[in-house]
Design a protein around this ligand. Structure first.
Ligand code: NAD
Ligand code: MG
Length: 394
């Protein structure tokens, strides 16, 4: 049977990689729905190519322009929705069995949750959803029998290395540690005083991966790895003490699992997101991702080093948030989103990013989370306070 797929965040880096894989397998997948924020030209091109039944743009005027453009090209049968709620409708669409959650930031949380409530197969790229609302999200997945598959490359690697785990706890499965690899980002090896003046362009020039701007800055600060530690905590039910980060600049090993008996399983591949996307789409089967085989003879050395926590304090902030629990994940994530945005707008220095996050974590980071409203409240309050602090000059 052909599976209907909704790609939320289809015009972004993960969205485009996903469509590239889907296009290789028309006999398995049909692109049923696409969504983005305001990229009319990008979505129009994807409509020409994939003819989805429904699309959504969250910005109303963008949706109007797309509707007009589709009519002009004879594609008026494609239904255009708009607004935040439209994302939920696409995520729960009965024609859709698989939802690719590839929106960036906490903006992707409601639709990822809607997919969970509808019991879909969810391919999760949007790590911020789990960082903000891990407990609520995992509970919803469980309660509605949804299937959650990670496409973040580290988590996809760990998922593959844990294939024999079944329903057992990490302890029962003999797991000693989950080892997340980090490239170290574009500023690896720089001293703290060299980082103050770095530009958004330099931060977004990642050595191994081509990604959206927000995650590129996160990779440069190492907050990306911090968010991933929290993501791994929720996905694999792993305590902080069993989550280790190792810098591996070549990005060929995507992550590893160390077992009690000394065995270590690793997943290797080219740094191309089409591999984890294809894995999660087809799991437990395997399909072609359009990625060339790894050539070991031209690979050279694989090296490893400890993360530099002095130059990159964000990783420690994420462990702090994980230890605090409750609303701390939502606060960490929201503060980081504001800090990254302010850095991209050249309002603050690169080194001010962890300063702002630490201040908000200390101010707002303690308190329980009972349900989604607690998460949304912590998120909104943190953003408001973060922008207010920036107005005052930190
Ligand atoms: P991107 O900036 O390239 O794309 C983001 C997409 O989300 C776009 O389609 C955009 O239109 C849409 N979007 C943004 N805000 C929205 C809103 N408010 N409502 C609706 N749509 C909105 O980002 P990306 O690099 O593709 O990353 C997407 C997610 O995947 C992030 O959570 C990121 O952390 C995660 N991720 C990305 C990579 C990668 O290689 N790019 C790897 C692992 C995980
Ligand atoms: Mg990753």
């Amino acid at each position: 049977m052909i599976q209907g797929v909704a790609v939320l965040g289809s015009t972004g880096s993960i969205g485009r990689s996903t469509l590239d894989v889907l296009a290789r397998h028309p006999q398995r997948y049909r692109v049923a729905a696409l969504a983005a924020r305001r990229d009319v030209a990008g979505l129009l091109e994807q409509c020409r190519r994939f003819r989805p039944a429904r699309v959504a743009l969250t910005e109303a005027c963008a949706a109007d322009s797309l509707r007009a453009a589709l009519c002009a090209e004879g594609m008026e049968s494609i239904e255009v929705l708009c607004g935040e709620e439209a994302l939920d409708a696409l995520a729960g669409d009965p024609q859709v069995s698989t939802v690719v959650a590839a929106i960036v930031g906490a903006a992707g949380l409601p639709s990822a949750l809607a997919a969970a409530r509808a019991g879909k197969r969810i391919l999760l790229a949007n790590k911020e959803a789990l960082v903000s609302a891990g407990e609520v999200f995992m509970r919803t997945v469980e309660a509605h029998g949804a299937t959650l598959l990670p496409i973040d490359s580290e988590h996809n690697a760990i998922f593959q290395c844990l294939a024999e785990r079944g329903g057992r706890s990490l302890e029962e499965a003999g797991v000693h540690e989950l080892i997340l690899t980090a490239s170290g980002g574009p500023f690896r090896g720089k001293r703290p005083e060299e980082l103050a003046g770095v530009s958004p362009e330099a931060a977004c020039a990642h050595p191994n991966w081509s990604m959206g701007r927000k995650i590129s800055v996160d990779s440069a600060t190492l907050m990306n790895k911090g968010l991933e530690v929290i993501e791994a905590h929720w996905l694999f039910d792993a305590p902080a003490s069993r989550l280790r980060v190792v810098v591996h600049p070549q990005s060929m090993i995507h992550s590893m699992v160390a077992f009690r008996d000394g065995s270590v399983l690793a997943e290797l591949g080219r740094p191309d997101m089409r591999t984890p996307i294809a894995h999660a789409l087809a799991w437990p089967e395997r399909i072609d991702a359009g990625v060339a085989p790894l050539d070991f003879l031209s690979l050279g050395a694989l090296t490893f080093e400890a993360p530099d926590t002095e130059a990159f304090p964000c990783l420690a902030l994420a462990y702090d948030a994980l230890e605090r629990g409750g609303r701390a994940g939502a606060v960490l994530n929201a503060a980081n989103e504001v800090a990254v945005e302010a850095f991209l707008q050249r309002r603050i220095a690169f080194t001010a990013i962890p300063v702002l996050i630490r201040a908000l974590l200390n101010e707002m980071g303690d308190g329980p989370v009972h349900d989604l409203s607690c998460v949304l409240e912590a998120d909104a309050e943190t953003r408001a306070r973060a922008w207010a602090r920036l107005e005052r000059g930190l």
